[in-house]
Ligand binder design. Structure first.
Ligand SMILES: [Ca+2]
Ligand SMILES: [Ca+2]
Length: 136
């Protein structure tokens, strides 16, 4: 008489586990770290990630251990020569990027390089270091 009760309990637990949505996008239990942020910048870091290795993958999930992968680079939209500063030389760089259809000239970030990006570049230039951020 005890056996059927155990089987029923296991079946209930299995149903509950399958119904839960779960996701771990990033987690670390290494030597410490954290995130600090100001008005313009954010810095995240950890120390001593000892679990570097190849990704472990199954049919549905993948676990990648080790060092953080590089985030997509970003820059100030007006910084066309990517020297970290917004200066008048970025105007020359914007023209060169525009003429070669380089996506760095896509200052309004609509996915294409067009003359409307010039107006967006001027607006971004006038905002200097407080201007919009672009990728790439
Ligand atoms: Ca620059
Ligand atoms: Ca554009």
């Amino acid at each position: 008489m005890k056996y059927p009760i155990c089987a029923l309990a296991v079946a209930c637990l299995a149903t509950t586990a399958n119904a839960q949505p779960y996701e771990i996008t990033s987690h670390t239990i290494d030597g410490g770290g954290g995130t600090i942020a100001g008005a313009t910048y954010e810095l995240s870091g950890t120390i001593g990630q000892a679990d570097v290795g190849t990704p472990l993958a199954g049919a549905t999930y993948e676990l990648t251990g080790g060092f953080w992968t590089a985030a997509a680079p970003s820059r100030l939209c007006a910084d066309q020569n990517e020297d970290g500063f917004v200066t008048p030389t970025d105007f020359t760089a914007w023209i060169a990027n525009f003429n070669t259809n380089d996506l760095r000239a896509d200052t309004n970030q609509d996915g294409t390089v067009s003359p409307t990006d010039f107006t967006a570049w001027i607006a971004a230039f006038n905002q200097g270091a407080n201007g919009p951020v672009c990728n790439p």
